[in-house]
Design a protein around this ligand. Sequence first.
Ligand code: NAP
Length: 277
Amino acid sequence: MLQELFGMTWWVRSVVPTMATNETSDRSQSTGERASSRSDGSDVSDAGVAHPLRSASVLVAGATGGLGAAIATEAARRGAELTLVGRDAARLEALDVEGHRVVADLRTPPACEHALDAAIDHVGRLDVVVNAVGVVAFGPIADLSVDVMEELFLTNTFVPILLARAALTRLSAGGAIVNLSGVIAEQNLPGMAAYGASKAAVRSFDEALAREARRAKLRVLDARPPHTETGLADRPLEGAAPRMPDGLAPAVVATVVCDALEAGTPDLASDAFPPGR
Ligand SMILES: NC(=O)c1ccc[n+]([C@@H]2O[C@H](COP(=O)([O-])OP(=O)(O)OC[C@H]3O[C@@H](n4cnc5c(N)ncnc54)[C@H](OP(=O)(O)O)[C@@H]3O)[C@@H](O)[C@H]2O)c1
């Protein structure tokens, strides 16, 4: 039955909205001060620290979100050439980050392929795909509508799978895929069962994908940040968020993720993120 439901919505979504949403737009690319080149061809920042993200082609999906925008900002600060993907053209345009804009709802395979191809068309290659797309819903499982459960898994689980599938054949050797599964993928909670399950599935997917991707010389980084103050919990598809302690600042999470990308860290468990803001 679920397969029927997914099949039906996939068909509707493939045919109807993506035709209208897959647009690209451009804004100037350069991100301020450039790197100086070293004799071995690698880049060096003004502080003399090698930044593997410098000049890397980085696509951020969910760039209009709290974590996506923070990661895009931090990657741009480190000199990456960005492709910013979001559903809403106005919100994308309003982002204070240089980069190529791609408007896409990523819930279908063609939409994911289109977004990645746009990055390659723009920069000439693709080195990193950061998936910061996500939705949340709260409440006991008996109260959660099936439509919302379906949307949680479509957006939180299938989008990462579809993006990764498209990325495997498009990323340059040495490239990386980052998924933000979240601390909930380590321990699920009552009132968040379906959301947590949709994210635990991503963590499980990443575990196997990392081994598959190794053959293509690609890395997969599963990042599991604790609760972060992005406003995600205030815009649930259904239900209301339980009281939560203060979360991390998005910029803190972005720094840890970008450091891990540059260091080649294979996994980012929740305890890799510093407590507090
Ligand atoms: N915030 C936390 O506490 C936390 C902790 C751990 C992990 N995470 C995970 O980190 C990711 C980002 O979370 P966030 O807090 O930054 O949430 P957010 O601020 O709500 O951002 C979510 C992003 O996903 C985009 N999106 C949603 N559905 C989409 C679709 N079908 N196609 C394309 N884009 C879509 C949104 O685009 P629009 O602007 O168009 O809505 C937005 O850019 C999520 O996967 C979340 O589960 C969050």
